[in-house]
Design a protein around this ligand. Structure first.
Ligand code: ABU
Length: 519
């Protein structure tokens, strides 16, 4: 009975050990029951309520903060209800986001991380985690293809921040004086990225003082990939205007289409004009773990072995030529949120760019090698331990386990593509097999199927995906994203990164869209 017990009765209170253990056992019961339900296909993905309903308070669950302490009984109700009214992002039928899944070993890592409640800024207070981070970053750089995994990097609070780091470091490389004198010390700098790249590149341009007008958006082909000749033309145009082209972002796996920009062609241009090449592989980086999906060999035999053509265009071919790479294990690798790395090929730039040498934290005369005090490379001071769950998952699966997991997701997206490409009522947004797990399509309800192409059809079709999605959320059966893009009206974007998903879940999604999409 927790009705007469309060937080003040738990450890470190005198005689607090027993109530603490009982309370935590109850919490574990809540957690394990949630986990079991998450993987049970007969449970809903979500129990949707509008914000005003949750704010008004559900039975026994009130979001308002009290002046006086609630009993532990109420706290346990709050724990249960918080999960109950949330979304089960690990459910095999949750396809709404790029980050999905509920890895059990990762979860154990996250619990232990919270229990240790420490900060990544110094070796002094996070010795094991700092070493795990260094070793894991090195392994990731090896997989990118940098010799001996040399270089630098840091885990950051998400892909947008990782991308921002890349822009900062690129600027520091060419105009280090901006750190002390500000942007007035540099000429007019311009950056380049695809019109379909993640909006974080635009955000970084604004936040870091370049201005969004100095970010040149590049045209893409029918599959959403940068057209290299267009990039080169834009670089020449910028130079003719007296601007300094400084940074090119190539995306490996765009957010909506899952497109891979041709990295080798872009790298050739960057080398020619001496421009920093960043590869935003936040979404596509996971494919680096897959032999099948990262490379394409050109089949030219040399010295008895197969050599990969430097020029070959295939997904991540050429990524090793980048100066920096963003890679989010919390997406395709199914690591629990958050887990995002920025990798930098040249050592020393991160430290040079961001260090402020705060004397109270980064004392040079500590009793250990202070190069392990990695916190001054960050733009944050306090930094969450994102590494442990990832390191633990890697230990538990091995590299080969991640490879299987990723290959399975790509197989499932191929299955979905084959299933709907010629199915009545479905229309693909672009032709051809998806490069990543993104499958983009319209569902055409029966009443629109015979309407001729034109404004009326477009207007009506634009409303279909939001309407089906709203019904899906109300029913709580599955979740998938939608959006307009360019001149294309709202379409569904199916993405598969959830290791729990199987063919039956893909079948379910398709049938659910058909069921809800009847006129
Ligand atoms: N950082 C991009 C995530 C977008 C998505 O999950 O759909």
């Amino acid at each position: 009975d927790f009705s007469n017990l309060y937080a003040r009765d738990l450890l470190p209170a005198k005689n607090g050990e027993e109530p603490t253990m009982q309370f935590l056992m109850e919490v574990v019961e809540i957690l394990t029951s949630y986990i079991k339900k998450t993987f049970d296909r007969t449970t809903k993905v979500l129990d949707f309520h509008h914000p005003h309903q949750l704010l008004e308070g559900m039975e026994g669950f009130n979001l308002e903060l009290p002046d006086q302490p609630d009993s532990l009984e109420q706290i346990l109700v709050d724990c249960r209800d918080t999960l109950k009214y949330g979304v089960r992002t690990g459910h095999p039928r949750f396809f709404n986001q790029l980050s999905t899944g509920l890895d059990i070993v990762g979860l154990a890592g996250e619990w232990l991380t919270s229990t240790s409640n420490t900060n990544m800024f110094t070796y002094e207070i996070a010795p094991v985690f700092v070493l795990m981070e260094q070793l894991t970053l090195k392994k990731m750089r090896e997989i990118v293809g940098w010799p001996n995994g040399e270089g630098d990097g840091i885990f950051s609070p998400g892909g947008a921040i990782s991308n921002m780091y890349s822009v900062m470091v690129a600027r520091y490389k060419v105009f280090p004086e901006v750190k002390t004198k500000g942007m007035g010390a540099a000429p007019r700098l311009v950056l380049f990225t695809s019109e379909l790249s993640h909006y974080s590149i635009k955000k970084a341009s604004a936040t870091l003082g370049f201005g969004t007008e100095n970010l040149i958006l590049l045209k893409t082909d029918e599959r959403g990939r940068v057209i290299p000749a267009y990039l080169e033309a834009k670089i020449i145009e910028a130079k003719q205007k007296g601007y300094v082209p400084m940074y090119v972002n190539a995306t490996a796996g765009t957010t909506v289409y899952g497109a891979f920009d041709p990295i080798n062609d872009i790298a050739d241009i960057c080398e020619k004009y001496k421009i920093w090449l960043h590869v935003d592989a936040a979404w596509g980086g996971g494919l680096l773990m897959s032999k099948k999906h990262r490379y394409k060999l050109n089949g030219v035999e040399r010295g008895g072995g197969l050599l990969m053509s430097k020029k070959h265009r295939y997904k991540l071919n050429g990524v090793e030529r980048a100066n920096s790479v963003t890679w989010n294990p919390h997406k395709m690798m199914g690591v629990l949120l958050q887990c995002s790395a920025v990798l930098i090929r040249e050592e020393g730039l991160l430290q040079g760019c961001n260090s402020m040498s705060a004397g109270y934290l980064f004392q040079p005369d500590k009793p250990y090698d202070v190069m392990y005090d990695t916190g001054d490379k960050a733009i944050q001071c306090g930094r969450h331990v994102d590494i442990f769950k990832f390191w633990l998952m890697w230990k538990a699966k091995g590299t080969v386990g991640f490879e299987h997991q990723i290959d399975k997701c790509l197989d499932l997206s191929a299955y979905l593509y084959e299933k709907i490409k010629n199915r009545e009522g479905f229309e693909m947004v672009f032709n051809g097999e998806p490069e990543h797990t993104n499958v983009c399509f319209w569902y055409i309800p029966p009443s629109l199927r015979h309407l001729p192409d034109g404004e009326e059809r477009r207007e009506r079709l634009h409303k279909v995906a939001p309407k089906i999605k709203a019904m899906m959320m109300e029913a709580g059966t599955t979740m998938v994203g939608y959006q307009p893009q360019g001149d294309k009206v709202n379409f569904f974007r199916m993405v598969i990164s959830n290791p729990a998903a199987g063919r039956s879940d893909i079948d379910f999604l398709v049938e659910e869209i058909e069921r809800l999409g009847q006129d």
